[in-house]
Write a protein that binds this ligand. Sequence first.
Ligand SMILES: Cc1ncc(COP(=O)(O)O)c(C=O)c1O
Length: 400
Amino acid sequence: MRISECNWPQVEQYLRKDDRAILPLGSTEQHAQLSLSVDSILSERVATEAAEPLGIPVFPVVAYGLTPYFTAYPGSISLRTETYIRLVRDILDGMRAQGFRRILIVNGTQQALTLCAQSLLQTGDRFWIDDPGYVNARAVFTLYGGKPCPIPVTADGMDIDYAFQHFPEGRLAYLTPSHQDPVGGTLPLAQRLRLLTWARDHRQWLIEDDYDSELRYRGKPIPSLQGLDTHGNVIYIGTFSKVLFPALRVAYMVLPDREIFQAFKALKALNDRQTALTDQLILTDFIKEGYFHRHLRKMRAVYSSRLQCLLDELRAHLSDFLSFTDPSAGMHLAAFFKKPMDEERLILAAAARGLVLHGLRDYTIDRYDRPGILLGYASFSEEKIRVAVSALKEVFQAIS
Ligand SMILES: Cc1ncc(COP(=O)(O)O)c(C=O)c1O
C-alpha cells in the first residue's frame, strides 16, 4: 500500500519538516548543557545508544529521545534491534532484512491501534472486527469514525469467507490471527494467504494484533500475516503487556515499509512525542542479558501447567454446566454454557463468592449465540484454581 492511502495531510507536512530536521533546530545549546550535566552518570550508556544511522548527534537519555529537538523519535535503537532479533527468530517467519528500521516503539497496543485509527480511517469507513472480539480495538476505530462490520468467529478464528461475502467494502480489518481474542482459535495458513490476496486486491489494511503468541504451549506457530505479506498491506502489533506486565506500557509496531514507518513515527510524535526512554533501556538490558528468555521459558511452563489444572478441574466438576475450548495458547479460556443461563446473575453470584468472571456478552456486537464466560488461569496458583472451581460449581448449582 502507498502512503497516499493514508488519511494524513497534516502528518505529511510534519513529516517533511521532520525529514529536514536532521540537525538540531535552535536548541543545540540547551541539549549540550543537558549532556554535560548528565554525562558523568550516563555517558557510557549514551555512547552505546548511538542514534539511528542517519548521522544525527547523540543526546543523553534525559533529553527528547536521542534525536534533535524537532525530530520524531521511533524508540530506542537497541530495543528496536532486540525486538527485531526476537521477532525474526521466534515470530515473524520471513520478516525481511533491515526489519528493525520499520519497528516503532509505542505505549502499548492501545496506542498502536489509535495511530492506525487516526491515519487509516476516514469517517464512515467500514472495518472488520471479530464478533465476539477485542472491545478496545472496536472502541478506538469507532471513536475515529469507523463503522464496525461484525464478523463471526469459527474454531479457526475470524470467518473470512463471511467477511468477503458480506462486507467487501471493508477498508481495514483488525484481527488476532495467532490466538483469536477472546474465544481462541488460530487462523490456518491457507486462510492467511487468501486474506492477504484479498487485502492486496481490495486495497485493504490488515491490522495484526499478535498480543500473546509467545505464550503458545502446543503446536508450531504459523507464520504471521506480516511475515507472509508481500504487498505491504499488514501492520503488525506486538506488546510486552502479556509476556511481562501491562503497566509497562511498551509495545511495538512493524510497519510495511520505510515510508509508512516515517509517517507513523511522525504521527506518534504528534500524539505524545515518544515512549519513555528509561523504560526502554531497562527493558533492552533485560532482554540482552538473557532474563527475558528465561522468564518466558519459565512462564510457559508455569502457565501451561495452570491451564492443565484448570481444564482437569472443569472436566471433573463443571462439565454438566460448561463446555470449553482447549486452548493451546494464552492466559485464559472461553467456557460456554451448556444450558440457558442468566449471565449477569451468574457474574453477580460469583462476585459474592470472590470470583471475578468476564461474560462473553461484553465482547459481542450482534452475535450472542454462544453465551459463556472467560476464565483466566495465568495469575493463579494451582491450589487457588482448585478452590475457585469448587466455589464456581456451588454458584452454578445454586442458580440453576
Ligand atoms: C487482543 C488484545 N490485544 C492487546 C492487548 C494488550 O494491550 P496493551 O498492549 O495496550 O496493554 C490485550 C490485553 O488485554 C488484548 O486482549
